[in-house]
Write a protein that binds this ligand. Structure first.
Ligand SMILES: NC(=O)c1ccc[n+]([C@@H]2O[C@H](COP(=O)([O-])OP(=O)(O)OC[C@H]3O[C@@H](n4cnc5c(N)ncnc54)[C@H](OP(=O)(O)O)[C@@H]3O)[C@@H](O)[C@H]2O)c1
Length: 292
């Protein structure tokens, strides 16, 4: 899918993160010129610095801002709530306000962790949020502050369980252990929607192309326990090992997480025609690429 000329210039924050490493190259590949997509990270645009954000928006005059920079260390957020809030809520507002002032649409990335994981079915966009931990609370506050700062020009995309090239993720950890021949214990009672960053990058392009606004869910199709995800990754890499099944109660204490926070992507499909592949297929393709 190609984007129309009026969405450029594009500014991306947090572009060296896991999602940015998939989205940045995708945006650049379709851009009319190299300057039309400005990829930034903390070293060249610190989103917690309001004057730096205002200066960048004034200089670059983007029409679309993908705001990916965030505090994503879920356990670390419990120990550093002020820092997590500064990045996930305060900076989200700063970016959204500056984008609105520049006449740009802001695409803000949020998370399934805004929900408590007690719903029997998949969460839809209008379900009330009820985060369990600091990370989820700061992300939920970030959503509210983006809505207030850019009432007409925001798109909030909730996603889940990202994996892909770049920062070490759950699949990397599982495969590293398997290669080292070390035993593995993985929980069966945390269920979510594994999402390949490459699939999400395609979905984000589809959302911007379709002019989506408001809040949308976007994640891999189907749901998996962490254990099922580990087994799928191991099989795709040619390992026969099956991790020992444990529950969250068997692990050392960590940040509270929603037990089962599947997200419904029906609104995304209706508005864009985009459907994520089944999560098993994407894990197979991603791990297949790693093995090449
Ligand atoms: N990872 C997941 O499973 C998951 C699930 C649901 C939703 N999300 C959301 O998806 C978005 C992208 O997540 P991700 O996994 O790509 O995160 P990530 O890998 O942690 O990337 C975030 C990026 O933001 C940068 N950053 C940190 N502080 C910054 C600052 N003050 N100014 C500018 N950049 C800064 C980080 O740089 P440093 O690395 O140098 O700190 C990093 O490159 C986030 O909003 C996250 O909440 C993630």
């Amino acid at each position: 899918m190609t984007l129309s000329a009026e969405v450029y210039p594009i500014l991306v924050t947090g572009a060296l993160g896991r999602l940015g490493r998939a989205l940045g190259p995708r945006l650049r590949a379709d851009a009319p010129s190299p300057d039309a997509v400005r990829l930034t990270d903390v070293h060249d645009l610190d989103v917690t610095d309001p004057s730096a954000v205002a200066e960048a928006m004034g200089r670059l005059r983007p029409r679309t801002v993908f705001h990916l920079a965030a505090w994503t260390d879920v356990d670390g957020a419990e120990a550093h709530p002020a820092e997590a809030r500064r990045l996930n809520a305060d900076a989200a507002e700063v970016v959204a306000r500056a984008a609105a002032a520049a006449g740009a649409r802001v695409v803000h990335i949020s998370t399934d962790f805004v929900f408590d994981g007690t719903k029997a079915g998949a969460y839809v966009e209008d379900d009330p949020v009820r985060p369990l931990g600091v990370y989820g609370r700061t992300k939920a506050e970030g959503e509210e502050r983006v809505r207030a700062a850019a009432p007409d020009g925001h798109l909030i995309v909730r996603t889940a369980w990202l994996y892909g090239a770049g920062n070490r993720d759950f699949i990397d950890a599982v495969l590293e252990r398997a290669r080292a021949g070390r035993p593995m214990r993985v929980v069966t009672d945390q269920v979510g929607c594994p999402t390949w960053t490459e699939d999400l990058a395609r979905a984000l392009v589809a959302m911007v192309a379709a002019g989506c606004r408001g809040t949308l869910h976007a994640c891999g199709a189907g749901e998996a326990s962490r254990h099922a995800m580990a087994v799928a990754a191991l099989r795709a890499a040619g390992f026969d090992a099956v991790p020992e099944e444990i529950t969250t109660a068997d692990l050392p204490p960590s940040a509270p997480r929603p037990a089962r926070a599947a997200l419904s992507c029906e609104r995304l499909a209706r508005e864009t025609g985009f459907r994520f592949p089944p999560w098993q297929e994407s894990v197979r393709r991603y791990v297949g690429q790693l093995s090449c």
